[in-house]
Design a binder for this molecule. Structure first.
Ligand SMILES: C[S@@+](CC[C@H](N)C(=O)[O-])C[C@H]1O[C@@H](n2cnc3c(N)ncnc32)[C@H](O)[C@@H]1O
Length: 318
């Protein structure tokens, strides 16, 4: 995913590629589910690691599936690409005739394809329709429609919670005032300008003032945090013993969900210490392979600014 930074000139590079492949250990062979196929960078490395691997790639972006399938064509039937939400991983595997995986990967968030295609509306670098849907051909609401429909309080909540933006109320007020004048926001440029004016651009700011608002809207439009914890539980259930799960997240809200889910599945009780019995459902089904999240080194960040906020966590099913 890209929070910001990295321009169209930045080539597509899978984040934390070496570390992800090391933790997934594809040399063991078998089925690997790439729950976020994207442009297929991680899958390519998994398929190259051993002739005994197969990849079932899932993505909700049809354009990404087309491009990844082209890129990985040389692997023939060892790759199958399916249009789905990774929340449906169990069904996708069942329909593909698979019941266990050797490894599962989720590299969350936005791909460079999505971020760098102005018409997809993820970025404010160019003025384009405010869309932000990962499944651009799907039925979901666009970011512009969301801003037209949601009450002011709800817009403020989304921007505060998902963007960790302190001036969320002010931004929401400006958006709604504009809407009430009959000038609903339709483009990325209009939103970026409005936010910049609402919050002011302090000198020395490292990021554009609209970065947090854009991140928040993208998370809301694509419901990125919903079901992440359940996905991890299901993925573990679908792994064979000694199978591995790797998850790369790009902001603290996502990483917190991943960290908590893995902790719980490693048997660490998260209940209030005063609670006489455990109610959080902790049970020891995995061993955590990353005591601390793996992050990109300076060189990778320099070569690929998108790696800056990446955090990789992995576990082994017992
Ligand atoms: C960061 S990119 C993956 C990049 C990929 N690892 C590579 O090397 O090219 C994330 C991808 O996950 C997809 N995605 C995000 N959330 C998803 C979900 N809930 N279900 C299916 N695909 C999702 C996005 O459409 C995007 O293509």
């Amino acid at each position: 995913m890209a929070a910001s930074g990295g321009g169209p000139e930045a080539p597509h590079r899978p984040v934390l590629l070496f570390e992800t492949v090391r933790l997934l250990a594809p040399e063991r062979g078998g089925l690997f589910v790439d729950a976020t196929l994207g442009l297929g960078g991680h899958s390519e490395a998994i398929l190259e690691a051993s002739a005994g691997t197969r990849v079932l790639g899932i993505d909700r972006d049809r354009e990404a599936l087309r491009l990844a399938s082209e890129r990985l064509e040389r692997f023939g039937p060892r790759l199958r690409a399916v249009h789905a939400n990774f929340g449906d991983i169990e069904r996708v595997m069942r329909e593909a005739g698979e019941h266990e995986a050797s490894g599962i990967l989720a590299d969350l968030g936005v791909s460079s394809l999505q971020f760098d295609t102005p018409e997809r509306g993820f970025s404010f670098r160019e003025d384009a329709p405010l869309d932000m849907r990962m499944d651009a051909e799907g039925e979901e609401e666009t970011a512009a429609q969301l801003l037209e429909r949601l009450p002011e309080e709800e817009i403020a909540r989304v921007i505060y919670e998902y963007g960790e933006e302190r001036k969320s109320r002010r931004i929401a007020r400006w958006i709604v005032e504009r809407r009430e004048r009959g000038e609903a926001i339709k483009t990325t440029g209009e939103l970026a300008q409005l936010v910049a004016r609402a919050v002011g651009n302090k000198r020395g700011d490292r990021i554009h003032p609209a970065t947090r608002t854009f991140q928040a809207l993208r998370i809301a439009v694509n419901r990125e945090l919903e079901g992440l914890s359940e996905f991890i539980e299901t993925a573990i259930a679908l792994l064979q013993p000694q199978g591995r799960l790797a998850v790369i997240s790009f902001h603290s809200l996502e990483d917190r969900i991943v960290k908590r889910a893995l902790r719980r599945l490693s048997g660490r009780c998260e209940c209030d210490p005063r609670s006489p019995v455990c109610v959080c459902g902790a049970r020891r089904v995995v061993e955590i392979l990353t005591r601390r999240p793996v992050t990109a080194n300076e060189q990778e960040v320099e070569e690929n600014p998108r790696a800056r906020s990446a955090k990789l966590r992995a576990c082994l099913k017992l």
